[in-house]
Design a protein around this ligand. Structure first.
Ligand code: NAP
Length: 283
């Protein structure tokens, strides 16, 4: 799909790159010639992923243990990364999620999600952006991984929806503020992509797994990691150099299926007999 040197020479930090979609994006970036750094809180997970990715792609990958909720830890991580070579691309991917009735959420739970997604993305973005701007470096990218809830809201995952909406606002605001300085911002809005993290938090067995949900997706399937990783690779590449401040939805059309007006979505699975029954009869 891409030339194998699409990301050659690009140094990319993927926060939360040790697992799930972060791991899949890192894998694709490495295949396309990038120099990749992954961070997360669990060192053993990072080390294991790094070993696997090197085996799978033949490319070296760096790991940094960092809790993105802590501004000092983020600065220390960036110092360490910059000491070797400045970043070209930051991918804000680390996230946490809690599925619960909002009125029963503790302030700790709310803070935990806002801390990782909203504060963590802001700390990482500002830490990278400040370094780029101070050095007068151009052609840099910040890409954030959002959720459909950032655009549409979502019950029972309210702190995440709030935090991701905040990151979208950051993406749009910085596109204007940092665009003239040669830094562009963009985002991906993924639909359902099976990962251990997301599935364990959002698809508990009590909810009946994901079968019912798949029926609500117009393409009748969940996303494949390589589909999101390819979109990510394109968006951070120089091929997308004129995309600034936008968020690209990749969800099999699910966001469109809310339907307005007469809520005709429920008729998607109607049989011919059901349609025949409502056909206006000749008088
Ligand atoms: P995941 O595997 O649970 O990934 C989350 C990653 O974030 C983990 O590697 C985790 O590592 C890291 N992380 C969490 N808290 C952190 C912190 N304080 N500091 C640094 N790293 C931290 O989940 P995923 O499904 O791949 O999600 C990846 C991204 O896609 C997230 O932004 C998520 O909101 C978005 N997304 C996913 C889906 C989906 O269907 N999978 C849908 C929409 C959006 P540690 O625990 O080791 O820190």
């Amino acid at each position: 799909m891409f030339q194998l040197d699409l990301l050659k020479g690009k140094r990319i930090l993927v926060t939360g790159g040790g697992t799930g979609l972060g791991r899949s994006m890192s894998h694709r970036f490495l295949e396309l010639g990038a120099n990749v750094v992954i961070c997360g809180r669990r060192e053993d997970v990072l080390e294991q992923t790094a070993e696997e990715l090197t085996k799978e792609t033949g490319a070296e990958i760096e790991t940094v243990r960092c809790d993105v909720r802590l501004p000092d830890a983020v600065e220390a991580m960036m110092d360490r990364i910059w000491q070797k070579r400045p970043l070209d691309i930051l991918v804000n991917n680390a996230a946490g999620q809690i599925l619960a009735p909002t009125h029963k959420m503790s302030s700790r739970a709310i803070d935990a999600v806002l801390g990782i997604v909203l504060h963590g993305s802001a700390y990482c973005t500002v830490a990278a952006g400040r370094r780029w701007i101070d050095a007068g470096e151009r052609n840099k990218v910040v890409m954030s991984i959002l959720t459909v809830s950032a655009l549409m809201g979502a019950p029972f995952t309210v702190p995440s929806a709030m935090a991701k909406a905040g990151v979208l606002a950051m993406t749009k605001s910085l596109a204007v503020e940092w665009g003239p300085r040669g830094i562009r911002t963009c985002a991906i809005v993924p639909g359902l992509f099976p990962t251990e993290g997301a599935w364990s938090r959002l698809m508990p067995k009590e909810r009946g797994g994901d079968e019912e949900l798949v029926k609500t997706i117009p393409l009748r399937r969940v996303g494949e990691h390589i589909e999101l990783a390819n979109l990510a690779a394109f968006l951070v590449s120089d091929g997308a150099a004129y995309i600034n401040g936008d968020a690209v939805v990749i969800d099999g059309g699910k966001m469109q299926s809310g339907g307005g007006g007469a809520s005709t979505q429920s008729m998607l699975d109607w049989t011919d007999e059901q349609w025949e029954a409502i056909r206006p009869k000749k008088k």
